[in-house]
Ligand binder design. Structure first.
Ligand code: SF4
Length: 217
């Protein structure tokens, strides 16, 4: 089974508790105005990788020193079969190596829609941040882009691990963005504040450096 991903990274420390593997899916049919990850929107068969290869990369890169996995996008639920197979493979790794990693998934679909269409997939997750990003609403809570997005726990592990963060305010946590350099690309991992990306671009441009392509417009 293959899955189309935009990127994967370890360690991610700004999208869920602890040190995590982040996997960003490629393809999103929702297209929220103001989305900062527009490079993930187009479905791209050239970004497909086998799930076995992806999980093997996860094992090798993290060396089992991780607290969880964060699935983001793109829209994970736009690839339901691949998402299901990935979740099964991650669970198998978790059990076979005696880990206690949790799985947090973002989705731009409403929780009601996910319950109606993907109830079986929800059972394989520990925590979920659903609902579309709404750029006209403020960023208020930790790990969430706009005020309408709840953090929901879906398993006993999720309950235990995420209970302290359900109502946590973003402003109470210093580190919200990680910068990762990959060749001539710069990745900003995390949830930027409103206008953070345009301010970053203006500041870099003022120093004589231009971005040839950006993901937020
Ligand atoms: S915020 Fe998420 S759901 Fe909305 S368009 Fe961007 S990737 Fe898709």
């Amino acid at each position: 089974m293959k899955i189309a991903i935009n990127k994967a990274h370890f360690p991610v420390t700004v999208l869920g508790p602890g040190r995590r593997i982040g996997i960003w899916f490629q393809g999103c049919a929702i297209r929220c105005p103001g989305c900062v990850s527009q490079d993930t929107w187009t479905p791209r068969p050239d970004r497909e990788i086998s799930i076995a290869k992806l999980v093997s990369w996860c094992r090798e890169t993290s060396r089992n020193a991780l607290d969880g996995i964060t699935l983001s996008g793109g829209e994970p639920f736009d690839q339901p079969k691949a998402l299901s197979a990935l979740l099964d493979a991650l669970r198998q790794w978790n059990i076979s190596d005696g880990l206690s990693m949790d799985i947090l998934c973002y989705s731009g679909y409403s929780f009601n829609t996910l319950q109606q269409r993907h109830a079986r997939l929800l059972k394989k997750l520990d925590a979920l941040i659903p609902e579309p990003f709404v750029h006209t609403l403020p960023l208020t809570h930790l790990w969430r882009g706009s005020k309408n997005q709840p953090l929901l726990t879906l398993s006993p592990l999720g309950e235990e691990r995420y209970a302290p963060y359900l109502e946590a305010k973003a402003e109470d946590f210093d580190k919200r963005i990680q910068i990762q350099v990959d060749g001539d690309r710069l990745w900003c991992i995390g949830i930027p504040g409103r206008d953070d990306m345009t301010r970053l671009e203006a500041s870099v441009t003022a120093r004589g450096i231009g971005f040839s392509e950006v993901s937020w417009r």
